[in-house]
Write a protein that binds this ligand. Structure first.
Ligand SMILES: [Zn+2]
Ligand SMILES: [Zn+2]
Length: 355
């Protein structure tokens, strides 16, 4: 890598709204203090990009903010230039990037939860600072994690957001081999939860309303799967001899999915809400109090936990990229979004090594 020559210009993709992807030519940035320049290798698309940026910039209506930047917050790439003061990353290193840079000094940043930073310095890649859908990306080393040889760049992109989020949700419920874990909603985060709960030793039950997603959950290791129809609570209770599951994780974000998680959780069980948006109405007495349930809300993860997740996946020899159903080269990002927006795919990944 020593004599790698960085070009002056690069291709990058922006999301101006109106379901458009805008390809542009941009200057390749230079790494400043504590930064590295990454040659991007993989960047996956996320449901949150669709919800908050792709169709409309919902910041106008109180949603998340998107500045005029290169999109993509699930980055994985290789270091090609190193700025001043960088000690633990060098040219040639393979990295996954935790997708938010925090202020570094608030309580949450000190714990590594840059996601929770409330300071104006907080900037997410692909939302408030240039992100992953480009040939090169500038990254703060505080957000970089080394990718072991076993894990591919596509694996890294999966970890940067979705797998990190699923891992954190399972940590909140302290999932172990003693548990039966029900995953409600088998989109990419749900599939990640199935794979990780299984790797933690749990027995895993998957529920969704799409047959394709149910089939995929079986393929990635769910012990039992159920269609999310009116009978699903009864079927899960029967499956667990009338007791319910130790842990129920909602990845659906739907009112009915959340309610069913509370219904199928067993006495003293844990329920984790990971799916975003929507609402839920429930009767606390029968569903929460009298069952002595613990209900967790969980949002993304910390840099430290993401680092441990990378180590865990390497040790268990698990490739998160198994949930990718569609791959595109960078110049076909628009098509990647179009297909992803149909809601009929698994994870969609832009792979910069494809032509
Ligand atoms: Zn994401
Ligand atoms: Zn902070």
């Amino acid at each position: 890598m020593g004599n790698y020559e960085v070009p002056k210009k690069m291709l990058g993709m922006k999301l101006p709204g109106g379901a458009k992807v805008e390809a542009g030519e941009y200057d390749v940035p230079k790494p400043g203090k504590g930064q590295v320049l990454l040659k991007m290798k993989a960047a996956s698309l996320c449901g949150s990009d669709l919800k908050y940026i792709y169709y409309e910039h919902t910041d106008k209506t109180g949603g998340a903010r998107y500045d005029d930047v290169i999109a993509g917050h699930e980055p994985s790439g290789q270091v090609v230039q190193v700025g001043d003061g960088v000690l633990d990353f060098k040219e040639g290193d393979r990295v996954v990037v935790y997708h938010i840079q925090g202020c570094g000094y608030c309580d949450e940043c000190k714990k590594g939860y840059f996601i929770n930073c409330q300071q104006p310095e907080r900037r997410a890649y692909g939302w408030q600072r240039d992100g992953a859908l480009a040939e090169y990306m500038l990254a703060d080393v505080s957000t970089c994690i080394h990718l072991p040889d076993f894990l591919t760049y596509e694996d890294g992109a999966m970890i940067a957001c979705g797998f990190g989020t699923a891992y954190q949700g399972l940590l909140r419920a302290n999932v172990s081999g003693r548990d039966r874990v029900l995953v409600m909603g088998l989109g990419p985060v749900g599939q990640a939860a199935v794979i990780l709960a299984k790797a933690m030793g749990a027995e895993v039950v998957g529920v969704d309303i799409s047959q394709e997603r149910i089939d995929m959950a079986s393929k990635v290791g769910a012990d039992a799967v159920f269609m999310g129809d009116d009978m699903v609570v009864e079927k899960v209770m029967e499956y667990t001899d009338g007791k319910g599951v130790e842990v129920a994780v909602d990845c659906s974000g739907s009112a009915v999915g959340r309610h069913r998680c509370l219904e199928v959780a067993r006495m003293w069980g844990n329920v984790v809400f990971l799916g975003e948006q929507g609402t839920v109405n429930f009767e606390p007495s029968p569903l929460l109090l009298h069952k002595n349930l613990t209900l967790h809300g969980s949002w993304v993860t910390s840099v430290g936990n993401m680092e441990r997740l990378v180590e865990f996946l390497d040790r268990k020899k698990i490739h998160p990229s198994q949930i990718i159903t569609h791959r595109y080269p960078l110049r076909e990002t628009e098509e990647a979004y179009r297909i992803f927006a149909t809601g009929k795919t698994g994870k969609v990944c832009v792979n910069m090594e494809l032509e």
